[in-house]
Design a protein around this ligand. Structure first.
Ligand code: GLV
Length: 311
């Protein structure tokens, strides 16, 4: 069996693939070019890929023997799942193993933006700190405020589970009728109108693309913060930069962007936005577990068994 792996994996995980077949490892530091991907897919039975690889019709058509696309990410908007299915190819993702690390990271962003950590660090590093002052660089307290979660799946709920430690109440806007004690279901408009921190936890789909647009941003409180650890295109970045510039909201903390790794230049010019490079699940433990789950899915499917985490 031939397995194509589009980026280096931890060696312990890679060893499991070597045990079941021949491994073609793309060792470049950046994402594999689409033409190179297509060329290498010709004789491939299983593909282990990342969210930076676009697995579209052209890629799938280039792979007549492909049986599984194992995406090392919980999100799978980079894969044309419907087309893969129509060709009898299983698509898998890596849910659960990253839930806690992404929830922790979301709270890191909430705390960092409300207490102005990156802004404060910039002041210190450029030698502009003149000493302690009673009114210097004041942030916003979390206790007694409302955390509004857009999307209430595994990660949204794990973020909610940490809210009581900061004495925040939780509201959520989500499809379906999930009812949970201690969390108030609201419409998206109500949630945007009333929340002090709005955090996004929906997958990227045609329905959620630019869910947070100019109109949505103008619904938010001027004192509120927006956090995005889901997918960049959920937020209209140009609209967000405009809203931040106009002080229609207090700040934003972003881990994901519309055109990664490019960042909208208007965002880079603003102080009230915290920008980090898509690190939500980036712990050694979690990234190893994600790679391992993807590889286990390959082993199951090539062994003729059902995938562990099909999408
Ligand atoms: C990361 O963004 C993921 O979807 O796992």
């Amino acid at each position: 069996m031939n397995v194509l792996v589009t980026r280096k994996l931890p060696s312990s995980v890679l060893a499991k693939l070597h045990a079941i077949g021949s491994v073609d490892l793309y060792a470049g530091n950046a994402a594999i070019a689409p033409s190179e991907l297509r060329a290498r897919l010709v004789d491939t039975d299983a593909l282990v890929c990342l969210l930076t690889d676009t697995i579209d019709r052209a890629a799938i058509d280039a792979a007549p023997k492909l049986k599984i696309i194992a995406n090392i990410a919980v999100g799978y908007d980079n894969v044309d799942v419907a087309y893969a299915r129509s060709r009898g190819i299983v698509v898998t993702n890596t849910p659960d193993v990253l839930t806690e690390s992404v929830a922790d990271f979301t709270w890191a962003l909430i705390l960092a933006i409300t207490r102005r950590l990156s802004e404060g660090e910039r002041v210190v590093r450029r030698g502009a700190w003149e000493g302690w002052g009673l009114g210097f660089m004041l942030g916003t307290e979390l206790q007694g405020k409302q955390l509004g979660l857009v999307g209430f799946g595994r990660i949204g709920r794990a973020v909610a589970a940490r809210a009581s430690a900061f004495r925040m109440r939780v509201a959520y806007a989500a499809r379906g009728t999930t009812q949970l004690p201690d969390a108030q279901p609201l419409s998206l408009d109500q949630l945007l109108n009333t929340s002090d921190v709005v955090s996004l936890h929906v997958p990227l789909t045609p329905e959620t693309r630019h869910l947070i647009d100019k109109k949505a941003l103008t619904r938010m409180k001027r004192s509120a913060y927006l956090i995005n650890t889901s997918r960049g295109p959920i937020v209209d970045e140009a609209a967000l930069a405009w809203a931040l510039r106009e002080h229609l909201l207090a700040g934003a903390a972003l881990d994901v962007y519309e055109h990664e790794p490019a960042i909208h230049p208007d965002l880079l010019a603003l102080e009230n936005v915290l920008l980090v490079p898509h690190l939500g699940s980036a712990t050694t433990e979690t990234r190893t577990a994600m790679a391992d789950l993807a590889v286990q899915n390959v082993i199951e499917v090539l062994g003729g068994r059902p995938a562990i985490t099909p999408v």
